[in-house]
Design a protein around this ligand. Structure first.
Ligand SMILES: [Zn+2]
Ligand SMILES: [Zn+2]
Length: 424
């Protein structure tokens, strides 16, 4: 990033904090804070603020491109090392990142380049298809990506509310690629790491055993049992995880048309005819704990059919949380402070009311900068939409953009100020 670009971004951030009033997180005096610079999310940790006023004064003075706060509560949040802080407990936090969800649009807006052999292409992958080296991926997050992250967030919220009875969950847009859910109720503060991992396993079906949950389905297709009749947990008598899983399985039979069922279950025309005629009977049998064979004389086919649907139900019901399990349960991490700027986009990490989440659009509601025109040189950018206006795609060209769109590309490193893109 050239100095002119950096100066512009810092000025805009400063002007935002000059007039913004950032709402403190609960128990602000017990939280550790960290700030980042353009390009580095955390450069300084162990900061603390005694009040909302002090926090806002700091933000006005320093205008950091990133500010994060701890999910933990400490007696002395600024003490070092960590052990000296006096840990008092921690919120539960769940992060949803479009990064972790393989949306089809990634093929359109992500691209990769192999540093070792020079091969390149569209989409997101880890290893070079030519030489196998780890590739560098240029990511982008579009509204489809963020909708996918939001769907997972909604799934999680429903489980936390319905199955755990949590209330007062706090939700915010991350400012870039996803959403954060903070569970701040007192009863979770003392949960040890072990319990946090268990919770995570519950949400992600990690270690979920079909047989333990009442399925008489062979776990591998090579299983020697040949019976066509398989057992399942009784939907109306199941609880928690199993109930949710069975509800999904039942919904496939109820809601999918025969063709879709046949495709997912890999069955023949004859079997799909049987399926069509016997939907009611299949549902009745499920309520008796039996997965009706769709072809009594071909047990393997029946098993394959049900196993495919069960696998699909597992995929649908698994919450696609941040894949890094260790980070997810880390009690000493710091994360984006809700209501503040994300320095790689210029979008606000907006707090979203629970009943507003479904229709929340970060690309309009989290935009804060003005529409003043700014001339930038754009290296490349997919098409994007901010505040209801479409921009791009751009490739090696100059453009005049509203300040908020200019900030967006500049902060993402896709554009620069100073005319020719070389920082001169
Ligand atoms: Zn390569
Ligand atoms: Zn996308």
């Amino acid at each position: 990033m050239n100095s002119e670009t950096e100066k512009f971004l810092m000025q805009r951030i400063r002007s935002f904090y000059a007039s913004a009033k950032i709402k403190a997180v609960p128990s602000i005096e017990a939280r550790e804070f960290g700030i980042g610079s353009l390009g580095k999310k955390i450069v300084k940790r162990h900061l603390s603020f005694s009040s909302e006023k002090e926090l806002n004064e700091f933000l006005r003075m320093e205008a950091p491109p990133f500010i994060s706060y701890s999910n933990a509560y400490y007696q002395k949040p600024s003490a070092r090392p960590m052990e000296a802080k006096g840990f008092m407990g921690a919120d539960l936090v769940y992060e949803f990142d479009a990064d972790d969800i393989p949306t089809p649009c990634k093929k359109e807006h992500d691209s990769w380049k192999c540093q070792s052999c020079g091969a390149e292409g569209k989409g997101s992958l880890q290893n070079c298809p030519e030489c196998g080296a780890v590739v560098k991926v240029k990511q982008w997050f579009c509204s489809e990506c963020l909708e996918a992250a939001k769907r997972e967030t909604l799934k999680l919220l429903s489980i936390l509310e319905k199955e755990f009875g949590f209330t007062g969950l706090s939700i915010n847009f991350s400012g870039n690629a996803g959403y954060h859910v903070h569970v701040r109720s007192k009863e979770v503060h003392a949960l040890p790491q072990r319990a946090r991992i268990e919770l995570l396993d519950y949400l992600t079906f990690n270690g979920f055993s079909l047989e333990e949950h009442g399925f008489g389905v062979p776990l591998s297709m090579g299983d020697s049992r040949n019976s066509a009749v398989l057992t399942c947990p009784i939907p109306s008598k199941s609880k928690g995880l199993t109930a949710r899983f069975m509800k999904r399985l039942v919904s496939f039979i109820k809601e999918w048309d025969t063709e879709k069922l046949a495709v997912y279950g890999m069955i023949s025309k004859r079997e799909s005819l049987f399926l069509q005629k016997n939907k009611e009977k299949i549902l009745e049998k499920m309520e008796e704990g039996i997965l009706l064979p769709i072809n009594a004389s071909r047990p393997k086919t029946s098993q394959k059919f049900w196993k495919s649907l069960i696998e699909k139900a597992l995929i649908e019901e698994t919450i696609k949380l941040n894949v890094d399990r260790q980070t997810s349960v880390d009690m000493h991490r710091i994360l984006r402070m809700p209501g503040t700027i994300h320095g790689s986009t210029g979008l606000i990490a907006s707090v979203v009311e629970r009943n507003e989440l479904k229709k929340f659009n970060p690309f309009s509601q989290s935009v804060v900068f003005s529409s003043e025109p700014v001339k930038v040189f754009i290296n490349n950018s997919p098409e994007f939409e901010l505040k209801g206006e479409k921009f791009g795609p751009f490739n090696e060209q100059q453009a005049e953009l509203p300040e908020y769109a200019a900030f967006y590309l500049l902060a993402k490193g896709r554009a620069s100020l100073g005319g020719n893109g070389n920082g001169l």
